[in-house]
Design a protein around this ligand. Sequence first.
Ligand code: NAD
Length: 368
Amino acid sequence: MIKVKKRKFLLLPGDGIGPEVIGEVKKIINWFNKNKSLDFEIEEELVGGASYEKNGTPITDEVFYKALESEAVILGAVGGPKWDDLEFSKKPERALLKLRKELKLFANLRPAICFKQLVDASSLKPDLISDLDILFVRELTGGIYFGEPRGIKPIDNGERKGINTHVYTSSEIERVARVAFDLARKRSKKVTSCEKSNVMEAGQLWKEEVKTLHEKEYKDIELKHMLADNCAMQLVRYPKQFDVIVTDNLFGDMLSDEAAMLTGSLGLLPSASLGAKDKNGNMRSLYEPVHGSAPDIAGNGIANPIATILSFAMALKYSLDLDKESNNLEKAVQSVLDEGLRTKDILSKGTKEVSTSEMGDAIISKLQ
Ligand code: NAD
């Protein structure tokens, strides 16, 4: 068998159900290594509360540098009541913020996928969301959450003034739009760009820069501009009109949460955060489920590992260009759901309850 080059993953299981769901990803990576001669190299390190307990910090410099050198970081979840009262710099969540910021992960990818087997979990009519597959590309390091000036200041009449600044530069817009167009080329070649160009100058610039890039380099992609408030309505009216949606940090935060809820359970939602490509085409990336550490069910072996497994499938596709393997993994998840196997969080009448590890094993058996 021909061996391909070694690909390095850093696994950061974290806290709560993190180690349980990452454990299932580990089994899948080992399966790929054994059966598909994909020579994945994995390292595993502590992060979050687990790291704080051992090292007094939510992420050590050593682990941080390992993250910088990995082709992809796969994180479980961090946090839990045990660490709620720690000072801000020691809180488990600081590890995640540090990774996102220092790895310069400016593009947050959140798919809103509705498996037809789980349509009943949605609040929308089944025919509107069955087989829904939208990919959100949210700008993650700019816009109103980071813009200066900001703060709360006293003003003359004894009142106070709260200030945040919505600011984007051309290059910040262009690099995230490029990610969206490139991803659309791997999908249905349709991008919807959302802003509020009718009332905001930064929105006007957003629209112009996306349009210019499209005309210069991505004429093969169908581009539509949509006002963000209209997008919020269209998502519940007829969500299947969308393929890739690219938008800024603020609108992306809200619209991707809205779309995620169309699809039902938290245990099924993966995410990816991507940085810029270097001159060799490599990029920094972090993959993680949308859910948290679920301390209420940790240690019981009932957590749903699908969100983390689908996050790994995203890593195969977006960081390693292994589209075939990624699609096979997604199909394996579908087949298991088709057979009626469910973890407790998505259990419904007529389906069979399985544990975290039985779900992982069933998915692996479909890969065979
Ligand atoms: P949560 O996502 O951990 O849990 C919310 C609810 O969903 C819980 O009832 C939980 O049991 C359930 N749930 C979540 N994931 C599940 C899964 N895979 N399978 C089955 N059920 C699942 O959110 P929370 O309770 O608000 O937060 C708990 C802790 O997680 C907090 O410390 C919070 O700060 C942290 N958190 C971390 C991240 C992250 O690491 N990215 C994200 C969100 C919250």
